[in-house]
Design a protein around this ligand. Structure first.
Ligand code: ADP
Ligand code: MG
Length: 721
């Protein structure tokens, strides 16, 4: 049956009781290995440990008590669904326990059995009863687990199942868990041992103990992230290699003229924050240490102009620059903007996409190698290919959180000097605010330029909420805009009505605020929406197209191009349009089942409109009546500041947020909260580094353990982000 040796890295299906079906379900929860199972920390606990008396029971209240069985279980009635029931007493009173769909209860208890019971009491007159209680034979509460873990779940998997399996797992591997906490840190922070920690979180005897276990595991995660990322992912010695530096000093006349051409092509005045960011970058580019800078600016704040101007600066000084976008649609758009901006400046810009024809690719690569093209824009396909540069100086990643960590690392590797490439200046752009301490953990010491100021003349987007997902109003507001010659986006959470294969962009939030990929049969799909517009004759009059991630690349680009050219009036799409797309004539954004998206995503989506001088409207449609959903909708209607919303997003999702880290392109953390625990990360990584500095056997062992755990916990998962 199951193999005899179970290790942390074994698939969970090697564990007793987990078959292929359960294995597939666990995969949905990102549990693949035994170690994944152990680090699947409960979302919360039910505390049953306060023992009461039957005489104190109240209608509707939960009660835990010890008692004795006073009547044998019997079936009450002849119907198939009739419950099985029996009585227990604790000397202070008598209570009836009833079970539905549980015929095995008939043989489970007999008069005289001592039991522990937990459940919600209901009174029928004077008669107390508990339906489907937890009941187990027990003389005392000593051997019972009364603090009961509640896990994040998927259909077909219960908390009891996960807990049972986690216990098997712990039993099998408990003596083999490598210790990655330095002695000094363990003493300083009073941390328990690794195996204790996993025992405490999955089978605690008190809530305090559970918290103690979680604390240790949080430290472990932060060390893995902080140390592991640096030592096991990025290219070694990147700081020792000098980047290709832009010479300082006065510009030659020719260079000055070319720069002037580019700036006048802008057609608008840069905002103060844009100017400041460009000055920061210019300053960095002239230093002989690699730039490591993050440009953080709310959607629509004009980051593209900053990126293109930085590249133009580099090109004018005779060096090369790369701009990476997470999607081909966005890369193409950046390419068009760059071409327009660089017109007349003599700077050659090339576009390289996955689908670019082989012969053209070859030609572009040749131009890059020879230095004939000085700016290249593309998706990460550019990274995987064997592109060689003449004098690469600057690499910009737009919307960096959309790249997987693996892709980002490839980018670092390409500058390790091994193939004649010098180290490069590194610039990342994001609309997702990231706390400083967190950035330190993920990127090391990274400088930040913030663009808060919006370009002048923008009208605030008006956001409205409609408590339904179909109805005349929706189509009327749409038509009102279309009649004025303006364009609209409609975003839906699903592609089609029976899509087995959900696109990766179809995450949504469940009631607890957790990202989930469960299918929701009720959510409006892109194709359904298209049908509705067809049925109402809207698409006859106003050309309507659909767009989603798994469409053919050429089709996607074609649809996008026609939308940007104002040939397509309505674009019905999944969240693929979330990042970067810029069409100032689109002034209406309708989001179906808006409750499915987190605040940050909603804000990003909304950022697609309000990009010109016309009044834009965002309409959030949702028939979800939960408080959580309504609260998010209200916030969206009231607040248009991305930084503020990001803060609220975290607040709403709370510290148990396992998935919020996704926005930053880093793996899911399970015990640590990167936002509140980030200061801990610094303390713990400092302690680890102290051990490393001392060297010797301890350092080697620690390094080895961290490496092993890092691979198990993160490295193998990064490609899937
Ligand atoms: P994001 O920061 O979301 O990437 P973009 O760079 O796509 O934003 O810019 C949004 C729009 O604002 C574009 O149409 C761009 O041309 C325009 N824009 C950028 N900077 C300015 C400015 N200083 N004044 C006016 N319009 C600007
Ligand atoms: Mg952008």
């Amino acid at each position: 049956m199951s193999p005899s040796v179970i290790t942390l890295g074994s698939p969970v299906t090697d564990l007793y009781g987990i078959g292929p079906e359960a294995g597939r379900k666990l995969q949905k929860l990102e549990i693949n290995t035994v170690f994944d199972l152990l680090t699947f920390i409960p979302r919360r606990y039910n505390d049953w440990s306060s023992i009461g008396k039957i005489e104190d029971s109240e209608d509707g209240k939960e009660l835990s008590f010890l008692a004795q069985v006073t009547s044998n279980p019997v079936k009450k009635g002849i119907k198939k669904q009739a419950p099985v029931s029996f009585y227990v007493s604790d000397g202070t009173g008598r209570i009836e326990l009833s079970y539905f769909n549980a015929p095995y209860i008939l043989n489970k208890f007999v008069v005289g059995d001592k039991v522990f019971v937990h459940g919600q009491v209901s009174y029928y007159g004077m008669h107390p009863q508990i339906v489907n209680p937890f009941c187990e034979r027990a003389d005392s509460t000593d051997d019972l687990n009364l603090v009961r873990p509640v896990y994040h779940l998927t259909s077909g998997i219960t908390s009891n199942m996960i807990n049972k399996w986690a216990r098997y797992a712990l039993k099998a591997v408990k003596d083999t868990i490598p210790d990655i906490i330095p002695e000094s840190l363990r003493i300083k922070e009073h941390l328990c041992s690794a195996s204790e920690a996993y025992e405490y979180v999955h089978m605690p005897s008190s809530l305090e103990q559970a918290a103690e276990g979680r604390r240790r595991i949080a430290y472990e995660e932060l060390i893995l992230l902080g140390i592991g990322m640096k030592h096991f992912m990025s290219a070694g010695g990147k700081d020792e290699i000098a980047p290709v530096v832009i010479p300082s000093g006065k510009l030659s006349e020719d260079a000055a003229l070319r720069w002037k051409t580019v700036v006048s092509n802008l057609g608008f005045k840069l905002t103060g924050d844009q100017k400041k960011a460009i000055a920061d970058i210019q300053h960095d580019l002239m230093k002989d240490t690699p730039m490591n800078r993050l440009v953080q600016g709310d959607v629509g704040s004009g980051k593209t102009a900053v990126a293109i101007l930085s590249m133009a600066m580099t090109a004018i000084m005779g060096k090369q620059a790369v701009l990476l976008a997470p999607t081909s649609v966005l890369a193409k758009q950046h390419y068009d903007s760059a071409k327009a901006l660089l017109k007349g400046s003599g700077i050659n810009v090339a576009l390289l996409l996955g689908k670019t024809k082989a012969s053209l690719k070859k030609e572009i690569k040749e131009q890059l190698r020879e230095g004939e093209a000085s700016i290249i824009i593309g998706t990460h396909a550019v990274l995987t290919d064997d592109v060689k540069f003449n004098e690469l100086s600057l690499v910009i990643a737009d919307e960096q959180h959309r790249f997987g960590v693996k892709q980002r690392e490839k980018l670092l590797i390409s500058r390790d000097g091994s193939d004649g490439i010098n180290s490069v200046h590194n610039l990342v752009m994001t609309a997702t605010p990231i706390p400083r301490t967190l950035a330190m953990v993920i990127y090391g010491d990274m400088a930040t330029s913030v663009i808060r100021e919006k370009p002048a003349g923008r009208k605030e987007i008006k956001t409205h909420f409609l408590p339904y997902t179909d109805g005349d109003d929706i189509y009327n507001v749409l038509l009102a805009k279309l009649r004025r010659g303006e364009q609209a986006y409609i975003v839906c959470p699903r592609i089609d009505d029976d899509s087995e294969n959900l696109a990766p962009d179809e995450f949504y939030f469940d009631d607890y605020g957790f990202l989930s990929d469960d299918k929701n049969p009720e959510a409006v799909s892109v194709k359904e929406m298209k049908k509705r517009l067809d049925a109402r004759g809207i698409s006859d009059k106003y050309p309507t197209e659909i767009l989603y991630g798994s469409m053919k690349e050429t089709n996607k680009l074609d649809v996008m191009e026609r939308f940007l050219n104002n040939e397509v009036k309505v674009l019905i799409s999944t969240t693929v349009i979330e990042v970067g797309v810029n069409n100032p004539n689109a002034t209406m954004m309708i989001i179906m089942n808006a409750e499915r998206f987190g605040l940050s995503t909603l804000h990003q989506l909304r950022g697609r409109i309000g990009r010109g001088d016309k009044q834009s409207y965002c309409v959030l449609c949702s028939d979800n009546k939960t408080e959580r959903a309504l609260e998010r909708m209200k916030l969206m209607c009231e607040c248009s500041d991305g930084f503020e919303l990001a803060g609220k997003d975290l607040e709403l999702r709370g510290p148990g947020d396992f998935f919020g880290t996704r926005q930053h392109g880093i793996p899911t953390l399970r015990a640590a909260n990167l936002f509140t625990d980030a200061p801990l990360a610094k303390t713990s990584c400092d302690e680890v580094n102290k051990v490393f500095e001392k060297g010797g056997e301890d350092a080697a062992r620690l390094m080895d353990n961290i490496g092993r755990m890092f691979r198990l916990r993160f490295a193998d998962k990064m490609g899937t982000l």
